[in-house]
Design a protein around this ligand. Structure first.
Ligand code: ATP
Ligand code: AMO
Length: 432
């Protein structure tokens, strides 16, 4: 026999019909004359009630004697009962044991005992049996689906680019070297160069959802060493066009998650507010001034440090952009403002608690590109394949990258990035 229903598909109105449910034994309570076995599946829980006088003695004993977390299928008859959760229960007619659980369990999954994050991550498959953990990953799936839907509807084409590469793109963070036959190679930090090259191809609007690898030395609550990046690049566009695209996408996704993941958000006890667009644009200069007023002094030309980000974030309280960044602290591919070369057309999208995305209108003039590379200490000869794509007709273009996990932190209210990552890679964690 096979499963006929998930727990949530059964209702009191189905009284008298026979169903087959499958899942894990969550809890067993034997009160003497009657016993209750709570079965848990992906959708929730269902109570199997065993009135000993009515149920075959051997079957009753078999059900009641199973240890927690054993995987079973129960065939039973739906019975209305106001005392049962959901106002119905199942009276068993047959039981199949699919996989017995060992004891003791590596962690409690009934929600009675909290485990340390490390213990949870070591037994992630057990951790995910808790509804409040599963909910995060249902929201994650929904979010990535809606990112795709949104971008596809806007006419973007999905691409995938190599993760084993010969050169770095993002200054600042280190690369993971790998051995590639007799050559030196690295895991890619960003699809930046590839997505820009696609602007010379005529594909016009592209996106990629894929892994990026960064050898961040420090252990923080918002950095991973392997992360999923949502990257977009759009030709014949400037920074304002892609900032509008990004804020509309964030709003769209928030609406969809709020509408379609109500149950999960409730499980997480997280109230999601739909952000209003356009998001506030704060110039870099204004941001450091604001930080200064809150006691975080930043010299013009320095990156906004984390306490500065937090100070500005607290003041604004929702998503906002920081624009007009100094040219020297943004990557070579960010376009300096033609009328004022001290600043660029680069922006960061900020969540009150952290940076969510960076983007820019790009340099599309080959001379300027080579000049900016050299100024930033990069050798253009190492980027020949990239620079060549600017020689034979490269339209103006702009784009951004959003860390999928940071987006999930914003949507679920989680404060540690590991909570929204199935198997996080950090300074101390390479397994599982
Ligand atoms: P970038 O785009 O420059 O790589 P990021 O995407 O990592 O930065 P954030 O993590 O929000 O963005 O960085 C914002 C600030 O946080 C930086 O200006 C820096 O001062 C600080 N910061 C960045 N990385 C770390 C780290 N590994 N440990 C502690 N602080 C950090
Ligand atoms: P940037 O380096 O700012 O820009 O990265 C873009 C976004 O990716 C996320 N992110 C991370 N998330 C978790 N752990 C990390 N170690 C990590 N590093 C980055 C953040 C960040 O805002 N090429 C540009 C994008 C562009 O201009 O199109 C880039 O990579 O959310």
């Amino acid at each position: 026999w096979r499963r006929t229903h998930y727990s949530e598909e059964i209702s009191p109105e189905m009284e008298g019909s026979e169903v087959v449910v499958a899942g894990w034994i969550h809890e067993t309570r034997d009160l003497g004359g009657v016993a209750f076995v709570v079965l848990r599946d992906r959708a929730g829980k269902i109570q199997v009630t065993i009135p000993k006088k009515k149920v075959d003695e051997e079957l009753a004993e078999k059900i009641i004697s199973q240890v927690r977390e054993t995987v079973v299928m129960v065939r039973g008859t739906v019975q209305k009962d106001e005392r049962a959760p959901g106002n119905f229960e199942l009276i068993p007619n047959d039981l199949k044991i699919l996989s017995k659980s060992k004891t003791p369990l590596p962690m409690d999954v009934s929600g009675k005992v909290d485990a340390e994050l490390d213990t949870r991550l070591n037994s992630r498959y057990m951790d995910l049996r808790k509804p409040e953990i599963g909910a995060v990953f249902k929201i994650r799936s929904k979010t990535l689906t809606e990112v795709r839907n949104y971008l596809e509807n806007q006419g973007f084409l999905e691409i995938t680019t190599p993760k084993m590469v010969a050169t770095a793109t993002e200054g600042g963070t280190d690369l993971f070297p790998i051995s590639y036959f007799e050559k030196e190679a690295f895991l890619n930090q960003s699809p930046q160069l590839f997505k820009q090259m696609m602007m010379a191809s005529g594909l016009d609007k592209v996106y990629e959802i894929g892994p990026i690898f960064r050898a961040e030395e420090h252990d923080t609550r918002r950095h991973l060493n392997e992360s999923i990046s949502i990257d977009v690049e759009q030709a014949f566009s400037d920074h304002n066009d892609v900032m509008q695209l990004l804020e509309d996408m964030i709003q769209h996704i928030t609406e969809k998650v709020k509408k379609d993941c109500g149950k999960e958000l409730q499980t997480l006890n997280h109230d999601l507010e739909i952000p209003e667009t356009p998001f506030e644009r704060v110039k870099y200069e204004e941001a450091i001034e604001l930080a200064g007023e809150k006691g975080v002094d930043v010299v013009w030309g320095d990156d906004l440090p984390t306490p500065g980000e937090k100070a500005v974030g607290e003041e604004i309280g929702t998503y906002y952009y920081i624009t007009e960044w100094p040219s020297e602290i943004k990557p070579f591919y960010a376009l300096p403002e033609p009328e004022n070369k001290e600043i660029t057309r680069a922006f960061d999208l900020m969540h009150p608690r952290f940076e969510l995305s960076s983007g820019a209108q790009r340099v599309h003039q080959i001379d300027l590109l080579e000049k900016r590379m050299t100024t930033q200490g990069l050798a253009p000869e190492n980027f020949e394949f990239y620079i060549d794509s600017f020689k034979y007709g490269m339209p103006p273009h702009a784009g951004w990258g959003v860390g999928a996990e940071r987006l999930l932190m914003a949507l679920t209210g989680k404060e540690n990035i590991r909570e929204v990552t199935l198997f996080p890679r950090d300074r101390n964690r390479l397994t599982p």
